[in-house]
Design a protein around this ligand. Structure first.
Ligand SMILES: [Zn+2]
Ligand SMILES: [Zn+2]
Length: 317
């Protein structure tokens, strides 16, 4: 199955609710190597851009081969990455998960915290109390989550100054306090806007993560969106009438939620001073594009507006 790196010995175990990449910083600290790249060189060639929002990538496969878990690669991804959350929104053509290519949702750069590693101060304190090294929980890395559901406390982000270039785990290691280990500045806290819709979104993402709810596949979802909005697939029907209906629905989506919600989620709000809140929330992409992966967040916002909840999405053929 194409495993080329089999020689590394891990001094640390992957925790059951830990994101896969989180163990790398701890491995580095315990490895005895001075630099991060030296401690991981024999492990994988895929070490840059270590953000939680990547769905599939070579380093996941390399870690799978090294850890030899008693499960399939797909089950491994579901247990230790955000795979379950992204899965319903992956187009058929890209569904082949094998760790050979980097697979990520488009436009993730335009989200506020999707790419950031987050941790809870109280979860970290519990780890210390249990005599274990703290780690990054997968549930804290969900695209818009800013609060620990267990402790109801705001999550901490990593230092802006020290963690903005390579986004690897070298400066981070593992959560160890609320000040940056490199420059000792206080770490930023995610004090995002929260209302009923944000809470629904966060708890829905959390339920998707643990496989508590199932969504239809992308094709069926998009058919349900279009049927509810009474619009046709834009690629098949670019007529003026269809475009007019899409534009009305776009306006509705841009104004359905509290305006603070858009700013809390998207980093490109109101940049163009146009009528659209953010270009990332583009209705015809969400409802008609069957070739690109878009963030679960934009799908769930449309689902919230159209159906209120997951259970009310009509079954389509
Ligand atoms: Zn916590
Ligand atoms: Zn710093």
């Amino acid at each position: 199955m194409g495993c080329s790196h089999q020689g590394v010995h891990f001094n640390t175990v992957l925790r059951s609710d830990e994101h896969l990449l989180s163990m790398l910083g701890r491995h580095h600290v315990l490895s005895g190597f001075r630099t991060y790249s030296a401690s991981l060189k024999s492990l994988s060639g895929d070490l840059t851009n270590q953000v939680p929002s990547i769905i599939d990538r070579p380093i996941y496969r390399d870690l799978f081969c090294m850890l030899k878990p008693n499960k399939s690669y797909l089950e491994f991804l579901k247990a230790h990455t955000l795979f379950n959350v992204y899965e319903p929104f992956i187009p058929d053509a890209l569904c082949n998960i094998e760790g050979k290519e980097v697979l990520k949702p488009k436009l993730t750069n335009t989200f506020q915290i999707t790419r950031e590693w987050r941790f809870c101060k109280s979860c970290m304190a519990e780890d210390f109390d249990n005599q274990t090294m703290p780690y990054f929980r997968s549930a804290h890395q969900l695209p818009t989550v800013s609060v620990c559901l267990e402790h109801s406390e705001h999550l901490y982000l990593l230092c802006n100054t020290c963690h903005n270039r390579d986004r690897s785990m070298d400066r981070i290691g593992y959560p160890s306090g609320i000040n940056c280990k490199a420059c000792s500045k206080g770490l930023p806290i995610t004090d995002s806007y929260i209302d009923e819709d944000v809470s629904w979104l966060n708890s829905t993402l959390g339920r998707l993560l643990v496989g508590d709810i199932k969504l239809p596949n992308l094709k069926q979802l998009q058919a349900a969106y279009r049927s509810n909005l009474n619009i046709n697939d834009y690629a098949l029907d670019p007529s003026i009438e269809n475009r007019r209906k899409i534009s009305i629905a776009q306006k509705a989506l841009d104004n359905y939620f509290d305006s603070r919600l858009y700013s809390a989620f998207f980093s490109n709000c109101d940049i163009n001073q146009g009528t659209k809140k953010t270009n990332t929330l583009h209705l015809s992409n969400i409802a008609c594009d069957q070739k690109t992966i878009f963030s679960p967040v934009v799908h769930l916002l449309l689902i919230r507006m159209l159906f209120c909840d997951i259970d009310s999405i009509p079954k389509m053929n």
